[in-house]
Write a protein that binds this ligand. Structure first.
Ligand SMILES: Cc1ncc(COP(=O)(O)O)c(C=O)c1O
Length: 454
């Protein structure tokens, strides 16, 4: 099948100026005089972008980069996919907002979403950010159960409003978390909390499940009887593409069933082919009671969704679920076109394939470079951990930042997180472009190793 996003690799990347270039620097300086609170992605490499096409990004100085960031796990179907851009533009000329009244495009989106998620859900509600969908999920869990507390997991991320923020440690200020929200350890096979090797940790999640039972019995109120839901990212995104052992999520489902607790899968980042399936939970054939979807759902247009099981559908009616922008006609047009594109271009399969070839190449890099401690991938959700020493696994943040900046300057746009380098390539990436991007990363790793005397 031909790929609309394919471009010649002869001139890609194409970095013609020192980067960030003069125009980027001017624009960023003028903008940052007023705009505050930039992410580390921008602070470390303050380039100003002008346009995007497929898996490329072009800055205001005319430099073109291979894009391994998809914004921030968002534009998985490629920048400005023609079908999606046209659908949004056409809708923008017709009707932009009519509160939560039904429109033809919303009707079609509901039917398509029902189809691609295998008819497992009993109700959807649409929002304009992942955080808003997560908040609605929390309200739904409380409304359905009459219980107030939540358990979520170390280094998961769910958003930055009070409820979502209380499910995680965001930034340095843990005082921002509300009472009744508990954090439990989850399997991170490379850094197993029980001191086992990655190979051993991948075989057995029992110690984590026991810890969770202990928390329910001893830490939560009323021996865990007031816990409405256990909330998790099926595969950790922000935490560094951490894939759980295969037994973890089915065991969690069982624990929830046994103790009458809802399972809430936050798939804002992992949905829509990012991990090689429509939903990441499908890797383990588990359905959550509440599911949130975002990012790739509208391929860049802000549209997200909270979905609940058939049993929970009545709870949506209890939470005053609608909002000003949720499900506006442009958002529905973007989401409908995105779902159709994933289907038509078989992007789940493509994502799984890219995950395989890129992980193989990253394994080779790990074998050649001592500062790469771990590499991992589930489809197009990938990461590399940079360490000072393979034995101690001490995070090497300075090296991680240098690799990020060096590769970016060579023409690879991607996502840093301290010593964890996160790869979030779009699923329309060609194999050759994927491998070229990884060659750039390897050059940056080699230069960084040399710089630090390895
Ligand atoms: C798993 C997860 N949930 C929720 C959110 C919040 O989404 P948004 O930034 O759209 O509010 C994010 C954002 O990164 C996320 O990764």
């Amino acid at each position: 099948m031909s790929n609309w996003a394919t471009v010649s690799l002869e001139n890609l990347p194409n970095v013609k100026t020192a980067v960030p270039g003069p125009k980027s620097t001017e624009y960023h300086t003028r903008c940052a005089a007023y705009m505050k609170g930039y992410s580390s992605q921008v602070r470390l490499f303050p380039v100003a972008f002008e346009s995007g096409f497929g898996y490329t990004l072009t800055d205001v100085d005319g430099n073109t980069y291979i894009d391994f960031s998809s914004g921030i796990y968002v534009t998985g179907l490629g920048h400005c996919h023609p079908k999606i851009s046209e659908a949004v533009a056409a809708q923008a000329k017709k009707l932009m907002n009519c509160h939560d009244f039904t429109t033809e495009v919303k009707m079609k989106l509901m039917e398509k979403l029902h189809e691609v998620t295998g008819g497992r859900f009993g109700g959807f509600q649409l929002y304009d950010s992942g955080t808003a969908a997560v908040e609605a999920g929390l309200r739904c869990a409380r409304a359905a159960t009459g219980k107030m507390e939540f358990i979520s997991f170390w280094r998961d991320f769910h958003g930055k409003t009070l409820g979502a923020n209380s499910l995680a440690v965001v930034g340095d200020d843990t005082r921002l978390r509300a009472p009744g929200f508990y954090l439990a350890p989850r399997p991170n096979p490379y850094r197993d909390a029980f001191g086992r090797s990655k190979e051993e940790a991948l075989k057995d999640s029992t110690p984590y499940l026991k810890m969770l039972e202990g928390m329910l019995d001893n830490e939560c109120s009323s021996g865990g009887k007031n816990v409405a839901a256990i909330v998790l990212e099926p595969v950790q995104g922000w935490g560094g593409s951490v894939v759980p052992p295969d037994d973890f999520i089915p065991a969690l489902r069982e624990l929830c069933n046994k103790r009458g607790i809802l399972l809430f899968a936050d798939e804002v980042l992992t949905c829509m082919a990012r991990t090689g399936k429509w939903l990441a939970m499908d890797h383990w054939n588990v359905t959550a009671d509440i599911t949130t979807m975002g990012k790739g759902f509208g391929n860049g247009f802000p549209v997200t969704c909270m979905a609940v099981s058939k049993e929970l559908a009545p709870a949506i009616e209890k939470i005053s679920a609608s909002s000003s922008y949720g499900g506006n006609p442009m958002a529905c047009a973007a989401a409908l076109a995105s779902l159709e594109v994933i289907d038509e271009e078989q992007l789940c399969e493509r994502s799984a394939h890219l995950g395989e070839i890129m992980l193989r190449r990253m394994e080779q890099m790990k074998a050649a470079h001592p500062i790469i401690g771990d590499v991992r991938a589930k489809g197009c959700l990938q990461a590399m951990e940079i360490v000072k020493d393979r034995e101690t696994k001490e995070p090497f943040i300075e090296a991680g930042q240098m690799i990020y900046k060096t590769a970016f300057a060579k023409g690879l746009a991607w996502v840093p997180s301290g010593h964890i380098l996160r790869l979030s390539p779009p699923m329309v990436l060609d194999d050759e472009a994927a491998l070229k991007g990884l060659d750039i990363i390897e050059e940056a790793v080699a230069e960084t190793e040399k710089h630090f005397g390895y």
